[in-house]
Design a protein around this ligand. Structure first.
Ligand SMILES: *Cc1c(COP(=O)(O)O)cnc(C)c1O
Length: 220
């Protein structure tokens, strides 16, 4: 594994290259460094190299790792990219700056209540089950209009759509579909693309790429 600063500049260069080909500005693509399973000692070199935006997929793990890092670096942002249970909504609202996994009516209700209570109104992405896979998080495409209407009615700040395409198939058609759905609903942001496919996602309109192993090395 190359050192973290080199890995970071490599990923940033690859994003910039893909953006240039697609005639987009690299400034319109936020790189979320997904640090799940990696300890604070692995995160600190990336912070030292200038990375400020991170992602975690579990509330419990984030609660253990991030308060100390955030105290030392008040300008960090932390996004929740994994599934959220309704009973952890309060904790998630206190810990994170953005939620990428809004995917069902009960979670809209729980998050709206938690945000009102905390007086913290976080931007959210609605996660779409873009490959219509059983057992996968995300709202069915057919249910998206109703979920968005409910979220808007509850005053949630939905800024875009998020997806994790099916494993082992070419992801581009799924990214293109998410881009179209976001456009159809007048949403600005698209959270799509991971270590193996973020350049494809950038070329197809990603505004947020979620990159773990290309920055931190493989997860054990
Ligand atoms: C782990 C994870 C990522 C990052 O995956 P890599 O393949 O390691 O880049 C992105 N998005 C979500 C939702 C994840 O859980």
């Amino acid at each position: 594994m190359t050192d973290p600063a080199t890995a970071l500049s490599d990923v940033r260069n690859r994003i910039a290259h893909a953006a240039k080909i697609a005639r987009r500005s690299a400034d319109d693509v936020a790189l979320i460094a997904v640090s799940k399973t990696h300890p604070a000692e692995a995160i600190m070199p990336l912070i030292a190299a200038g990375q400020r935006l991170f992602g975690e997929n579990r509330v419990q793990e984030a609660a253990a790792k991030w308060p100390a890092l955030r105290e030392a670096h008040p300008d960090l942002s932390l996004h929740l990219v994994g599934q959220l249970q309704s009973n952890k909504a309060d904790e998630a609202v206190a810990l994170f700056d953005c939620i990428h996994s809004l995917d069902r009516p009960s979670l809209v209700t729980a998050l709206a209540r938690a945000m009102d209570k905390a007086g913290r109104h976080l931007p959210c992405f609605v996660q779409v089950n873009i490959g219509a896979e059983e057992q996968k998080g995300g709202c069915a495409i057919a249910d998206l209009p109703a979920l968005l209407a409910q979220a808007r009615g509850a005053d949630l700040n939905v800024i875009g759509l998020m997806c994790v395409p099916p494993l082992g198939i070419e992801p581009a058609p799924f990214f293109a579909l998410l881009d179209k759905l976001a456009a159809d609903h007048g949403l600005r942001d698209r959270s799509m693309g991971m270590s193996d496919d973020f350049e494809t996602a950038v070329m197809l309109g990603a505004t947020h790429v979620r990159v773990g192993s290309a920055l931190f090395g493989a997860r054990s």
